[in-house]
Design a protein. Structure first.
Length: 263
């Protein structure tokens, strides 16, 4: 029997991710382009994943798009689907014992409750950049450090500094004020991580946190935020090297289900 190849595309607000799956279980190729909805990012991510796999779009049995900009792929994808469902599906594939998924993306924060791989409840903060990847980007710019270095720098903190505001604009003012007082950048960064975790914890407690807890999205690569969240929630948090691809993985898994039904 010939193999079924499916393509999952996650068009986020700040990045476009793709995954090609073979027979709903084996990741053949993946791609990530650091620009998202409304840009050339999605098409470039599709081109890149096909090139990485050495395959053509026509070889995909089914293509499913998810994420903030999924509707921009009308005609390119067979179907569009909510990122909530796709993140639940992807997290369950990576961690079959998952019950809570915390997804921190570029523009929003989502906390999902999962039962047997399906989402049963969720909370979302999408009206404000506080606690998101965008918030951390702004803070890194003010501190003149790379966003990918925040985790390591925060770990070097020696003194507790509070960044009390969860509003991006006010937090930026707080950070500038701390810098002008000569406060160590590492201490400020650790304070920023605690500020993010406090915001996310408030959201998580609205639906209840049931272990095991999995964190997805680009911010899950920031060890400082993960650690601050573990401390505040009082339970371990699992992450995967595929954290940024989780939505695309879920989309590819749903695509496989759809392709199997067609047979």
């Amino acid at each position: 029997m010939s193999s079924i190849y499916t393509l999952g595309i996650d068009v986020g607000s700040t990045a476009s991710k793709c995954i090609i799956l073979k027979d709903g279980s084996e990741i053949v190729a993946k791609s990530l382009i650091d620009v998202g909805a409304g840009t050339s990012g999605p098409k470039r991510a599709i081109d890149a994943v096909l090139e990485n796999a050495g395959m053509a779009k026509e070889e995909m049995a089914y293509t499913l798009a998810t994420g903030y900009g999924r509707n921009s792929l009308m005609g390119l994808a067979d179907k569009q689907m909510s990122e909530l469902s796709c993140h639940a599906k992807g997290a369950f594939f990576l961690f079959p014992d998952v019950h809570t998924v915390i997804d921190i993306g570029g523009q929003d924060v989502k906390v999902m409750h999962i039962e047997n791989g399906a989402m049963t409840n969720f909370q979302m903060n999408d009206k404000c950049a506080a606690g998101t990847g965008r918030f951390l980007d702004v803070m890194a710019r003010v501190l003149e450090v790379k966003v990918e270095d925040l985790g390591a720098l925060g770990a070097m903190s020696k003194k507790r500094v509070e960044i009390s505001s969860t509003c991006t604009v006010f937090a930026e003012s707080e950070v500038i004020s701390q810098l002008s007082q000569g406060t160590d950048k590492c201490d400020i960064i650790a304070g920023i991580h605690r500020s993010v975790s406090h915001r996310v914890t408030g959201l998580a407690h609205r639906i209840g946190v049931v272990p095991s807890v999995v964190m997805t999205g680009g911010v899950a690569q920031n060890t400082g935020v993960v650690e601050a969240l573990q401390n505040e929630l009082g339970c371990p948090i699992k992450t995967s090297p595929l954290t940024q691809y989780n939505g695309a993985l879920g989309a590819a898994l749903f695509a496989y289900q759809a392709a199997s039904r067609r047979k």
